[in-house]
Design a protein around this ligand. Structure first.
Ligand code: ZN
Length: 336
């Protein structure tokens, strides 16, 4: 048994000419001790063919069992091979060696970050690691302006997902983005130390969007810590299947210095990670559209079925709620 798996693993890691289709049939994934969260993320990674394109440029010698980039590449290739008996088992095993506990409830945004950060840490080819970073990285700049001398302190920052707070009442993706970039006054104990006045001063805090990546992951922050326990916000959040990056320009306050990035880029939704249930007892599934021309699929662990945009919209509110949204910049997806 061990020899068989090693042989399979070796073949997948060495596959230099393994061809895969962008237009593929989504395959179900067995739930190994509450792996629904990772399963759903794997479905979204599988639909991110740009990620597999980058991983395919890397040809490691031999097998490192706990190497996330290698196990991810192997799992993504195996998910496109219907004859493979257990495409993601080794990936799960290697993930459980890295700070993730087997058989526990996971947070999809947290696991998404753990996987991308492990790729950054473990991929020996630094230029490929950078390519993967560029694929997902949202660049922002924190700007704190002193209300006395108007000096602006800037600090660059980067994110793998856009963490959007949601309100109790109705939200739209655009309204959440606007609140995220809204200027905040720092007064009454929150004063900021101004480097020019050399003392604490009332200030305004704002975020400036510097650039958007090819793959934009939006995190709808539905889990809120209320003292000792976490609760889930089931509030309605509508989101479009296509949007123009101009909605970000609209959210940028005039007081935030400098021009915003290009406002003429179109983004198209291709994956939605869904959380079902409460903060304590939940389950993850995913809606996936591998290419713009394809129909939606609904992946609930082993079970995969065709879906429609109306089904996806059902995750605006209710027991099944959208948690992570993955958008792809249209112009760059030349393969459709
Ligand atoms: Zn000042």
């Amino acid at each position: 048994m061990g020899a068989f798996w090693n042989k399979m693993a070796y073949l997948y890691s060495r596959s230099t000419s393994y061809s895969y289709s962008r237009d593929y049939e989504v395959r179900g994934l067995f739930n190994y001790s509450l792996s629904c969260c990772v399963n759903s993320l794997l479905q979204s990674f599988s639909a991110t063919t740009e990620l597999l394109d980058i991983l395919n440029k890397w040809h490691p010698d031999g097998i490192e069992r706990n190497y996330i980039p290698q196990q991810l590449k192997k799992a993504l290739l195996a998910m496109r091979d219907k004859s493979h008996p257990a495409p993601h088992r080794d990936f799960l095993d290697s993930l459980y060696c890295h700070a993730i506990r087997r058989g526990t409830q996971q947070d999809a945004d947290e696991i998404f970050h753990i996987i991308l950060n492990l790729i950054q840490k473990q991929l020996p080819d630094l230029s490929l690691a950078q390519e993967i970073r560029n694929l997902y990285e949202i660049k922002v700049e924190t700007q704190v302006q002193c209300s006395q001398c108007l000096f602006i302190q800037r600090e660059p920052n980067s994110l793998f997902s856009l963490p959007l707070a949601i309100h109790e009442r109705g939200n739209t993706l655009e309204s959440c983005i606007n609140s995220y970039f809204q200027l905040q006054k720092l007064v009454n104990g929150e004063e900021h130390h101004c480097n020019q006045c050399e003392q604490k001063q009332p200030s305004t805090h704002g975020l400036k969007l510097v650039s958007l990546p090819l793959i934009l992951c939006v995190h709808l922050k539905r889990f809120r810590n209320d003292g000792a326990f976490t609760r889930k916000l089931h509030s309605k959040v509508t989101f479009p299947d296509n949007f123009n990056s101009g909605i970000f320009a609209a959210g940028q306050s005039e007081n935030v210095a400098n021009e915003s990035p290009r406002a003429d880029e179109d983004y198209s939704l291709y994956a939605v990670i869904v959380h079902i249930g409460s903060a304590m007892f939940g389950h993850y599934t995913a809606y996936i559209r591998p290419t713009q021309d394809q129909a939606w699929y609904y992946a609930d662990d082993r079970c995969v079925q065709p879906a429609t945009w109306a089904d996806v919209q059902y995750t605006y509110k209710g027991n099944e709620t959208a948690y992570l949204l993955l958008y792809r910049k249209k112009s760059c997806n030349s393969s459709g």
